[in-house]
Design a protein around this ligand. Structure first.
Ligand SMILES: *Cc1c(COP(=O)(O)O)cnc(C)c1O
Length: 433
């Protein structure tokens, strides 16, 4: 089973294994669907990201974009590994703090931060707010005046770059809903406004060109644009950035067709470009921040499902249905995202059929894998879909009143339940009679 060898492992019994735990044992203990993370894989990826900076001897910060997978245990793990995190809502901020992330390592993103969310961030004394638009500056200023305090901010800009990815996850272009537009001079006005504000300490600049990007070129272009901007701001406003935040979006492997560069290589290329450009521009070297989300969480998890019904229309279509679907992984429906599937009990069995793996939700778009090559399956078989660690659980819903799945952390042969499966009663928690 070489085609999945670098996202999953197979044990001596010939079963899929996650973090040293036999997948069939996981299913017995926790049921299906279950999302199982290989914790060591998360730790290794984090180490590789950090190593790229440490080898280059640069001041840096890696902040985990927690919208990829937000769980108390994940914040704990990431904090213990020395990272900070991004949050994009009051709810994520609440979870990050509860999970033990030190507030000074939290940055707050988003295009419509509510005044209540901004107030919460100010009260928690988080590391910085990534200011996105003029309205937000007003809201934040009011809060800071009322609370007689100040906060560090980083200015998010849209540098005018089209990343080669799905348009829903491309965010650096001029018509993006995120950040101050550079080309029209909006970003300059924003900086001026922030510099005139005694309650906001402008520490630097941020861009995020999109997600699931494989070509390092987009990042290098972003670096060039950002350094150009910093050079201009130095001359025009006598502003020296302490932080250059280049965002996240490092592409990861979902299927064999995806060939991402290893994180350390990708990061090293970016670092080299930053050093060169900053030197050419004769600017002091800022701290370089990156914000990987899926690159940390994505490949680390595999979702296990139980096979149920099937439908065959000879010569037309073959469907194999599992006990989850768009409620635990909406990415195929949302972005036409592609995944691979295989049997947890016989991951190396020969492929005998091409099927569409569908879920149990009442939508024709409830598809998990199109064109999955599988052995003949039977009801009760355990189907595994790897690389489901990012934007799966965090986008999960209770559509059709299906409970959200359980999530486990697996490491050194031990499995720890970190999010229990929802119950029917949980789903009625907010219903009033
Ligand atoms: C979503 C997002 C990220 C992380 O994107 P990934 O593709 O998960 O790496 C980082 N920074 C910002 C601002 C984001 O919106």
């Amino acid at each position: 089973m070489t085609r999945i060898a670098d996202t999953v492992a197979i044990n001596q019994a010939g079963h899929l294994e996650i973090g040293g735990v036999d997948s069939l044992k996981l299913v017995k203990e926790f049921g299906t669907p279950v999302i199982a993370y290989d914790v060591k894989r998360i730790k290794t990826t984090i180490k590789h990201f950090k190593q790229a900076f440490e080898t280059a001897g640069l001041p840096y910060r890696v902040t985990y974009a927690s919208k990829a997978f937000s769980a108390l245990a994940m914040y704990r793990l990431v904090a213990d590994a020395g990272l900070g995190c991004d949050v994009v809502s009051g709810g994520e901020l609440y979870a990050a703090l509860k999970g033990g992330m030190p507030p000074e390592r939290i940055e707050f993103h988003g295009n419509n931060k509510l005044p209540a969310e901004l107030a919460m961030a100010v009260d928690a004394q988080i590391g910085c707010i990534v200011v996105d638009n003029f309205q937000e500056i007003q809201f934040l200023d009011q809060i800071l005046q009322e609370k007689k305090t100040e906060i560090s901010v980083v200015l998010r800009v849209a540098p005018g770059i089209e990343a080669e990815t799905h348009r829903y996850i491309s965010t650096g272009q001029q018509n993006s809903k995120f950040g101050f537009d550079v080309l029209s001079g909006q970003a300059d006005r924003a900086l001026q406004e922030l510099l005139n504000n005694p309650r906001m300490k402008v520490r630097g600049v941020h861009c995020h060109i999109g997600s699931q990007i494989f070509a390092v070129n987009g990042f290098l272009m972003a670096v060039d644009k950002m350094v150009e901007l910093l050079q201009k701001w130095q001359q025009q406003f006598d502003f020296t950035a302490e932080i250059l935040n280049l965002g996240g979006g490092f592409g990861t492997k979902y299927t064999e067709a995806d060939q991402p560069l290893p994180p350390e290589e990708f990061t090293t290329k970016i670092i080299t470009e930053v050093k060169q450009r900053i030197k050419n521009a004769q600017l002091p070297l800022p701290e370089i921040w990156i914000e990987p989300g899926r690159a940390i969480a994505g490949e680390a998890a595999t979702t296990l499902y139980t096979v149920g019904s099937r439908k065959d229309v000879e010569g037309v279509c073959h469907f194999v249905a599992v006990d989850g679907g768009m409620g635990d992984n909406i990415r195929p429906a949302l972005y036409q995202a592609k995944y691979e599937a295989f049997l947890a009990s016989r991951p190396q069995a020969l492929d005998e059929q091409i099927v569409t793996v569908v879920g149990k939700y009442c939508e024709s778009g409830d598809i998990l894998v199109k064109g999955a090559a599988l052995p003949i399956t039977h009801p009760g078989d355990i189907l595994a879909i790897p690389s489901t660690g990012a934007y799966g659980y965090t986008m999960a819903s209770n559509y059709n009143r299906n409970p959200r799945p359980a999530v486990v952390f697996c490491e050194d042969g031990k499995a720890q339940l970190i999010i229990r499966r929802e119950t029917y009663a949980d789903m009625l928690n907010c219903d009033l009679t």
